[in-house]
Write a protein that binds this ligand. Structure first.
Ligand code: MSP
Length: 546
């Protein structure tokens, strides 16, 4: 195929524009059912990432939403005897939005693909591609998985067994595929293979983790086929502008949410300031859509490409991806009821290396909660507050006798911050970043054990009083830093700690603390009123108060 005008324009347009807004997105989720642990996993990760960047003082835009068109939703609505729109409205209002509120997700926008601000702009985008000669009419026949909303190749199908004996199954959903034959419109995706490969090579950070990049690169090297972008056998979708017997393929519709939600075709200033995304978080099941089709669509339309497509692994159940059909029977709400919202947000990011698959177990969650949250962190906070209360009447004393032990704590903090900032803020290694902060907490616990302030307190001499003051100041100042560093992960308990340290009247609101400034020692002023606040992480068998 001859190079199109769009291809030429892309020479300059694929460079990212305004770096001013750090724009993070989650996939927009299918609303055929209520959200489960797997959906919440990606959404919490995006929330932690965007809160981290907000606390770096950056302008951030965190987007999530719902994918409401296509056959899958249509069939679910039919099976429930309501219209697809009614079904979506109910699920979004009664299940999806409430869960994100419950989990303290601070998204800046929530886009629904049935909204006019989206549908109208999608039609314009697709019309534009058509006008540029990027779309043609053709026919296609192949196996289709409604669960994936995608044509499959024969090679990747599995042979059915048991109830599906003799049938071919989708490798992700393990359900029979359907043979579809259609006359529809095609996007010239095949033409973009070389440019995509060029982009992957020039921007190794574009697809993360490396295993995902290798997989996509190999897939593109094999040669891309053109993509069917319309359907004519059902009508729950956005009509193709030049042929209203067709609706736009749900994935083309869905991917465009990342543009329409930030003003594509409606608010140029906002679009220029926000688009493209710095990070699209996606499950590895939908990596190819984001790392192949989406950038090709943008290239075809002369728009800049996102900074990074970061694929998270799957939460597994019995060796398979957790999905609607194999749910553990455990909802996010059941876990938050038992462990609390903060521990829930923390656990999955802490326990599973981002990008790898992982399984949930009550035993592992309980063990980590007890040892890391309740014992290491929660106890440290309550012991320090109690001792400042007991020995200094709740008034934070001054550290006048600091020595090498105190310097080691300050150095430990500098190290923890550098690690956490790089791992969470840049590499999306949430587990490693959180671990660096908890290593610091361990270090502070070790410091207290060694310094044994409860023993020092038995001596009334001025030297001993100065040591006692120094030890408790050091521990409290270390906790000040922990509250700031953990605020993106666990906002509720961090706020409790901030209050207990009496930090706000002197340092301002917790959310306004610049995370990169955390290691500057001595921010909590002597004289601050320290109170023994609410227990951060209550024993699990105790009834929860929150
Ligand atoms: N609607 C499409 C996405 C369109 S984006 C333009 C879709 N939706 S989905 O409801 O199936 O949600 C997919 C996303 O949810 C996954 O990519 C992943 O981010 C998250 N997860 C769903 N199940 C998951 C697990 N079992 N484990 C981890 N993440 C999971 O695909």
């Amino acid at each position: 195929m001859a190079a199109t005008g769009a291809e030429q324009r892309n020479e300059r347009d694929t460079e990212r524009r305004d770096p001013g807004t750090y724009y993070v997105s989650t996939p927009i989720y299918y609303v055929n059912d209520a959200p489960h642990l797997g959906h919440a996993y990606t959404t919490v990760a995006g929330d932690v990432l965007s809160r981290w960047h907000r606390q770096r003082g950056e302008k951030v835009w965190y987007l999530t939403g719902t994918d409401e068109h296509g056959q899958k939703i249509m069939r679910t609505a039919e099976a429930n005897g309501v219209s697809p729109q009614e079904w979506c409205d109910k699920l979004v209002e009664e299940a999806w939005k409430p869960l994100w509120r419950h989990l303290d997700i601070a998204n800046d926008d929530f886009i629904r693909t049935t909204e006019k601000r989206h549908t109208e702009r999608v039609r314009e985008f697709v019309q534009d591609l058509y006008d540029r000669g990027e779309i043609y009419q053709g026919g296609y026949e192949g196996p289709y998985c409604v669960g994936c909303e995608e044509y499959k190749s024969f090679g990747e199908l599995l042979d059915g067994e048991g109830e599906f004996a003799g049938e071919k199954l989708c490798p992700i959903h393990r359900k029979p595929v359907e043979m579809l034959q259609e006359e529809n419109y095609f996007f010239k995706l095949s033409a973009y293979g070389p440019k995509l490969l060029e982009h992957y090579a020039a921007h190794p950070e574009f697809i993360q983790p490396e295993s995902a990049r290798n997989e996509v690169t190999q897939f593109v090297r094999q040669g891309l086929e053109d993509l069917s972008i319309s359907r004519s056998t059902f009508d729950w979708g956005i009509k193709v502008p030049w042929d209203d017997k067709h609706v736009i393929y749900v994935w083309i519709d869905a991917l465009l949410n990342y543009a329409t939600a930030v003003g594509y075709g409606s608010d140029q200033a906002k679009f220029d300031a926000t688009f493209p995304a710095d990070v699209h978080l996606v499950g590895k099941d939908i990596l190819r859509f984001h790392a192949v089709i989406w950038p090709a669509m943008l290239m075809a339309n002369g728009l800049p490409l996102p900074g990074k497509i970061a694929a998270n692994g799957w939460l597994m159940v019995g060796g398979e991806k957790m999905s609607k059909s194999n749910l553990t029977g455990i909802s996010p709400q059941q876990l938050t009821e038992h462990f609390g919202v903060d521990a829930y947000r923390w656990y999955f990011l802490r326990a599973i290396a981002f990008g790898q698959d992982g399984s949930f177990s009550w035993e592992d969650f309980t063990a980590r909660y007890t040892s890391e949250l309740a014992n290491d962190y929660g106890n440290l906070a309550s012991r320090v507050a109690a001792m400042v209360g007991k020995y200094f009447g709740g008034e934070l004393p001054e550290a006048t006798a600091a020595g090498p032990a105190e310097q080691a704590i300050a150095d430990g903090l500098t190290h923890a911050l550098a690690e956490a900032d790089r791992r969470i803020g840049e590499e999306l290694d949430f587990s490693g970043g959180i671990q660096a902060i908890f290593d610091f907490i361990k270090q502070v616990n070790g410091y207290l054990t060694e310094q044994a302030p409860w023993k020092v307190a038995k001596d009334d001499s001025p030297e001993a009083r100065a040591r006692l003051a120094t030890i408790l100041y050091t521990a409290a100042e270390a906790l000040r830093a922990c509250a700031v560093l953990l605020n993106p992960v666990m906002p509720e308990s961090s706020e409790k700690l901030w209050t207990s340290l009496g930090a706000e009247p002197h340092l301002g609101p917790l959310a306004e603390q610049d995370v990169t400034d955390t290691a500057r020692w001595g921010q909590l002023p002597p004289g601050a009123t320290v109170t023994k606040g609410a227990v951060l992480f209550p024993r699990l068998e105790e009834p929860k108060t929150a």
